[in-house]
Design a protein around this ligand. Structure first.
Ligand code: SOE
Length: 392
């Protein structure tokens, strides 16, 4: 007789864009991967009773709660998945960890370094496992980039060129969603999308950002108040306006711990760029280039190759040998945005079953939070060179 796969009860807080993405991950992970535990989508929480009930039935959750505290205290919940705005991450994560639950928390980990530190302490003290959702790490082409760097295929890292470009608020009439509210989101482009490229730069190089010089800008200071948070980023039909309290764009340069120089750009004002996460790394004997808008491809230049045939090689990262791909479609059929969320669920479930700390941990999330804080401090001080706080 085969042993039954143990159940892992999932409770998810929030059901907007990220909640939808996480829901498909919990649904699909056991259908495409052989998992050591079976995720059971026990409950979703949200404040609006009718809306959360509708979300539960649409997204595949067995029940709904209108209070996240009720979700955290349920015996059928083993893992709390936090898909809410940043101002609630610390409170929910700490409560869940104190209750001995595992936690998956959306990025950025928190709205401040202090909150992130408290979350790390709670994770250390808990029997639960904690992971932060820097999902783009789990794109197969990004995994290949990291492997090539680790295997020395580009040599010593000289330059990191990291950009996250979107355009969803380039229109001054785009509504004032929670992502433009400092109280809720902590920061703007910096924390929302800059955090991703900071994490990716550190993940792919295996190094850390040690210091920064930064500028932040808010181009459109007043916007129509959102009357719905439906769709991706809300809609507005009225004439009332309100202040934008976060940065629209963040640009900074930095030093990497291995001696290389880095430039970072995070903006939602790059017309035509929808989700362009671009990472180019130049090493002492090669280069790598990735763009999420062509996410199944990694470009690799090997400077040790002789001149006549030397050139960037376009690697289509859809072979079964590439990370995660064997569980999906035949070569060349391609993966999309949602697959990385499924990979995140697979890796987390596997780590929990094996009693291992999954990556990125809350400590990894804190490292990124400290880079964001250094960027804000530098920008507030006329771009003064600012060291990133080291682990204490
Ligand atoms: C911002 O628009 C956003 O939704 C981010 O919050 C996500 O982390 C990113 O994956 C897509 O863009």
């Amino acid at each position: 007789m085969t042993e039954a796969v143990p159940r892992l009860g999932i409770g998810m807080v929030g059901y907007a864009f990220m909640g939808v993405a996480h829901s498909q991950a919990w649904r699909n992970a056991p259908r495409f991967f052989d998992l050591p535990m079976r995720p059971d989508m026990a409950v979703v929480a949200g404040r609006d009773e009718a809306a959360v009930n509708a979300a539960a039935s649409k997204l595949g959750w067995s029940s709904a709660e209108t209070d996240w505290k009720a979700l955290v205290s349920r015996d059928d919940v083993d893992l709390v998945d936090i898909c809410t705005p940043g101002d609630t991450h610390a409170e929910i994560a700490i409560a869940a960890l104190e209750a001995g639950k595992h936690v998956l928390c959306e990025k950025p980990l928190a709205n401040s370094v202090q909150e992130a530190e408290a979350m790390v302490r709670a994770a250390q003290a808990s029997t639960g496992t904690a992971m932060v959702g820097f999902t783009y790490r789990r794109v197969p082409a990004v995994q290949l980039a990291r492997t090539l760097v680790a295997d020395g295929r580009i040599g010593t890292v000289r330059h990191v060129r990291a950009q996250y470009l979107q355009d969803w608020i380039a229109d001054p009439q785009a509504p004032l969603s929670w992502r433009l509210d400092k109280q809720k989101a902590g920061s703007g482009a910096l924390g929302d999308i800059g955090a991703h490229v900071v994490d990716l730069a550190q993940f792919v190089t295996g190094e850390s950002v040690t210091g920064v010089s930064a500028v932040l800008e808010t181009f459109v200071k007043e916007r129509p108040v959102a009357d719905s948070f439906g769709g991706l980023h809300g809609t507005s039909s009225g004439t009332e306006t309100g202040p934008v309290t976060v940065d629209d764009a963040a640009i900074f340069l930095g030093r990497m711990s291995g001696g290389g120089l880095a430039t970072f750009e995070a903006t939602r004002f790059a017309w035509g760029r929808k989700n362009a996460i671009r990472l180019e790394i130049n090493g002492s004997h090669g280069s790598l280039a990735f763009d999420f808008e062509d996410m199944n491809v990694l470009h690799y230049f090997d400077a040790t190759q002789p001149a006549p045939e030397a050139g960037f090689r376009r690697i289509v990262v859809t072979e079964p040998e590439h990370a995660y791909v064997a569980n999906w479609w035949p070569a060349g059929h391609g993966l999309g945005y949602e697959h990385a969320f499924t990979h995140q669920a697979v890796d987390l479930i596997t780590a929990i079953a094996e009693h291992r700390q999954p990556e990125p941990s809350f400590a990894d999330g804190l490292v990124v939070q400290r880079v964001l804080a250094a960027v804000e401090q530098s920008a507030a001080n006329d771009s003064t060179w600012t060291l990133v706080q080291k682990e204490s």
